[in-house]
Design a protein around this ligand. Structure first.
Ligand SMILES: *[C@@H]1O[C@H](CO)[C@@H](O)[C@H](O)[C@H]1NC(C)=O
Ligand SMILES: *[C@@H]1O[C@H](CO)[C@@H](O)[C@H](O)[C@H]1NC(C)=O
Ligand SMILES: *[C@@H]1O[C@H](CO)[C@@H](O)[C@H](O)[C@H]1NC(C)=O
Ligand SMILES: *[C@@H]1O[C@H](CO)[C@@H](O)[C@H](O)[C@H]1NC(C)=O
Ligand SMILES: *[C@@H]1O[C@H](CO)[C@@H](O)[C@H](O)[C@H]1NC(C)=O
Ligand SMILES: *[C@@H]1O[C@H](CO)[C@@H](O)[C@H](O)[C@H]1NC(C)=O
Length: 483
């Protein structure tokens, strides 16, 4: 059951969806006649959920920096994500990450991007809610050099410059944010090369600026102290009260009504003050139902054979789609915009148990300008521990056609089929399957998987490419070519 406020907010979404239809004056949400604190609380929970992921991201950077709180610098991950990685859910194992916690409360930041030849990389910038509002790197053909990162809520995004001290300006919609550089790596040897020769040439440093402070300094204490972490809905409201008043919506047309709805819910200037009559647990259930319901409300595009992905216009940069923003924060915070990567999920509603093996039959290689992969996750979105340290299969690694030829060795796509085997670590793959085996959890546990298409070509959207077919099979089935 949708609350009225959310229904209204979704009304705005529907209008905003049709960008060509100009909003009529007065057709926006009328928050001068709010419908009650309970509904406002439901909206505020949906609105604030991404902030919980921001705290995890920030704390994990501090943990990896020997417990030192570090903003406006860059932390290079020197190994690919593995089963101990916790900074974000559903990390990839295609790229090395370099993470930055950005705080523009009192200063600007200068991000320096080197020239990197012959290798995909993307340097995405995010606002505090996980909106990927700017990307520099391979896909955007950005010029190497210095980029000035400024708090500029009136015109979020990046602006390239052909002349002058800066190769471009990055206008952040919120004073707090993040950057999560991803550099393609092919294997562990390649990763060592990237770490020693490429990563460190990307830098982030603060730059003093003469202007008033726009938010409290982003500290560990601000994000962590004095919050009731054991009461999730209360925690979200308290955290939102600390962060949201200084970090306004990316869409400037939403600022006024979002501010009023937050106020009605007890969030304005100071700590969260729960309005009388508000039932937080009930509001939280309604907020989660609202977030989950996006799966059935037209926000996904179906590609056939059970695969679907978020619609291109709500991928990575969510604008006014607060429910999708919360969904992605919980499912894969700091997603990339569609121009960088397409993330097809297999049947978001289906449950896969690792007491069952599955084959994934590909009808030819996915067509991408960069590269692609399929990665398995446990129920929490973390990697599945296994003896091979293999979390993903992709176009660069061990995978072979049924005749044993490496997939990576056939340059052009012949449309020839190949197969992955998804099978529990309890049942190691037979030697014939090992190169194409992707281990699923032990003990019959639940898992899920997704593909990543970096710099996807149109064939992956327009129905030309037939998406792979997933089939339940016996343990170590015969190699399909033998059938
Ligand atoms: C950071 O370290 C603390 C203390 O060890 C731990 O409780 C917390 O879960 C860690 N957070 C992350 C995101 O790794
Ligand atoms: C997983 O990654 C961590 C951090 O990079 C590293 O210390 C650890 O050795 C890795 N574990 C395996 C099994 O590779
Ligand atoms: C995101 O993708 C859209 C196409 O859907 C594009 O118009 C927009 O410029 C992209 N934004 C960023 C930040 O990459
Ligand atoms: C690792 O990747 C590099 C760079 O693509 C490649 O030259 C090398 O052959 C690869 N090594 C293995 C063992 O696959
Ligand atoms: C696997 O476990 C699930 C859940 O317990 C059960 O429904 C299913 O029948 C099992 N499948 C097999 C092949 O044992
Ligand atoms: C194996 O199959 C692939 C895909 O059909 C093909 O490109 C390759 O030439 C074959 N290799 C051999 C040795 O037949």
């Amino acid at each position: 059951m949708f609350s009225k406020i959310l229904a209204l907010a979704l009304g705005v979404l529907t209008l905003a969806d049709a960008h060509q239809v100009p909003l009529r004056a007065g057709s926006d949400v009328d928050v001068s006649t709010p419908t009650g604190a309970q509904d406002a609380t439901i909206f505020s929970l949906v609105y604030g959920i991404p902030l919980t992921q921001y705290v995890i991201f920030a704390d994990s950077i501090a943990n990896k920096s020997s417990g030192q709180w570090t903003t406006n610098s860059i932390l290079h991950e020197t190994t690919l994500a593995n089963a101990t990685y916790r900074a974000i859910v559903r990390p990839n194992v295609d790229t090395l990450y370099s993470e930055s916690l950005i705080d523009l409360s009192v200063n600007d930041v200068v991000a320096t991007m080197p020239a990197v030849e012959g290798r995909f990389f993307v340097w995405p910038f995010y606002d505090v809610y996980g909106n990927n509002f700017c990307n520099i790197g391979t896909a955007t053909s950005s010029r190497a050099g210095k980029y000035l990162v400024k708090y500029s809520p009136a015109n979020p995004g990046c602006i390239a410059s052909d002349t002058g001290e800066y190769a471009g300006t990055i206008n952040m919609p919120t004073p707090y944010g993040a950057a999560v550089l991803r550099i393609e790596v092919d294997n562990t040897t390649d990763a060592d090369y990237v770490v020693s020769s490429i990563q460190r040439t990307f830098t982030i440093v603060p730059q003093a600026v003469d202007r008033p402070q726009v938010a409290p300094a982003l500290t560990r204490s601000l994000l962590n102290d004095g919050l009731d972490v054991n009461d999730i809905p209360l925690y979200i409201m308290q955290l939102t009260a600390r962060i949201a008043p200084f970090n306004l919506p990316e869409e400037s047309k939403d600022v006024a009504w979002v501010t009023s709805v937050l106020q009605l819910a007890g969030i304005s200037d100071g700590p969260y003050s729960q309005p009388s009559g508000v039932d937080l647990p009930t509001a939280y259930s309604a907020a989660l139902a609202e977030i989950n319901s996006i799966e059935t409300r037209g926000f996904f595009t179906s590609f056939g054979n059970g695969w679907s992905a978020l619609r291109a216009d709500v991928s990575g940069d969510f604008h006014g789609h607060y429910n999708v923003r919360a969904f992605v924060a919980l499912e894969g915070y700091m997603q990339l915009n569609i121009t960088e990567a397409l993330y097809p999920l297999y049947e978001v509603d289906q449950t896969f148990f690792s007491n069952q093996s599955y084959t994934v039959e590909f009808y030819g290689k996915p067509q991408v300008l960069a590269f692609w992969s399929l990665t398995i996750y446990d129920e929490q979105g973390y990697m599945v521990p296994n003896d091979l340290n293999r979390y993903s299969l992709n176009n660069r690694g061990s995978m072979t056609y049924p005749n044993g030829t490496l997939i990576s060795e056939t340059p052009a796509d012949s449309g020839a089929r190949f197969y992955m085997l998804l099978q529990s670590t309890d049942y190691p793959a037979s030697p014939e399957w090992e190169s194409n085996w992707l281990p699923t959890p032990a003990d019959g546990k639940v898992f899920n998987f997704l593909m990543r298409f970096y710099r996807p070509e149109n064939s992956l959207f327009d129905g030309t490419y037939e998406y792979p077919k997933v089939t339940a099979v016996e343990v170590n089935p015969p190699i399909p070519s033998a059938l």
